[in-house]
Design a protein around this ligand. Structure first.
Ligand SMILES: [Fe+2]
Ligand SMILES: [Fe+2]
Length: 264
């Protein structure tokens, strides 16, 4: 069995800073980290699917690293549209898993579930994209290991959510990614961030899911002309459980809710 905790969209500012609407995200990331550490068994690894920080500044990454320092298991990060690729690379260079080059696409090979991390960032844009070179790299990387069950992670959702203002900044041309995934039966899931809500949609032969934010959620507004709002619904993260045959994705609410009560 392998347990992968997926945290997303922490939007950390410099120490003491708040987001434009006055939200202090630091205690919310700390709460998520504490919630991960309360899990029994502990996750084997943690992935962060982008928007680690709010504006990409060095001080924000330093603050982010301080907040996640209690995580004793390996941690892997991906950039989101609020990140700076250079800033993120500098902040996590010491771990040695980020590739050289402009794009931060890489593979995590050390567990029975293979993880492919995709960098969907378009500099200066809120939406995401995978260019032809990245899609060819993904196709080749999957072709190299057809017997290795694989989870693909990226920041931008490769599916429409029905929340119009978020769909305007999703992954461009997601059908190109779906076509690659559909060629490789070993892909057991695709998971993303950015939406600040958990949802799921069929994607090729598999399932695509989105993580909630560890901080603020995007309000559920399915009207044709929604009002972009965030809302302080209970934050959380995803826990992917690979049992050797199937992937189960759990929503885990951040916070200490005790051990629960025995029914009998
Ligand atoms: Fe975000
Ligand atoms: Fe984002």
């Amino acid at each position: 069995m392998l347990l992968v905790a997926q945290l997303s969209d922490a939007h950390i500012g410099a120490p003491g800073a708040t987001l434009a609407k006055g939200l202090d995200t630091a205690p919310l990331l700390a709460q998520a980290v504490a919630s991960v550490l309360r899990l029994k068994p502990l996750p084997d690894l943690v992935i962060f699917t982008g928007d680690l920080v709010e504006s990409g500044a060095t001080a924000e990454y330093r603050h982010f690293r301080q907040l996640i320092a209690p995580l004793a298991m390996p941690v892997f990060v991906l950039p989101g549209n609020h990140d700076s690729s250079a800033g993120l690379r500098a902040a996590f260079a010491a771990e040695g898993y980020l590739p050289d080059g402009d794009q931060l696409d890489y593979v995590i090979e050390r567990w029975p579930l293979r993880l492919i991390m995709l960098d969907t960032i378009v500099a200066g844009a809120p939406y995401g994209e995978l260019d032809a070179g990245q899609l060819a790299w993904l196709d080749d990387t999957l072709a190299d290991a057809p017997a290795r069950p694989t989870l693909i992670a990226l920041h931008h959702p490769p599916f429409g959510s029905g929340i119009v203002h978020m769909d305007e900044m999703a992954l461009l041309q997601p059908q190109r990614l779906e076509a690659v995934v559909a060629r490789h039966a070993q892909v057991v899931g695709v998971t993303c961030g950015h939406l600040h809500r958990m949802m799921a949609q069929r994607f090729g032969h598999t399932l695509a899911v989105s993580a909630p934010s560890v901080a603020h959620q995007i309000a559920l507004d399915l009207n044709e002309v929604p009002e972009p709002r965030y809302i302080m619904e209970p934050p959380g993260f995803l826990l992917h459980r690979w049992d050797g045959a199937r992937l189960t994705t759990h929503f885990v609410a951040s916070g200490d809710f005790g051990a629960g009560r025995v029914f009998v």
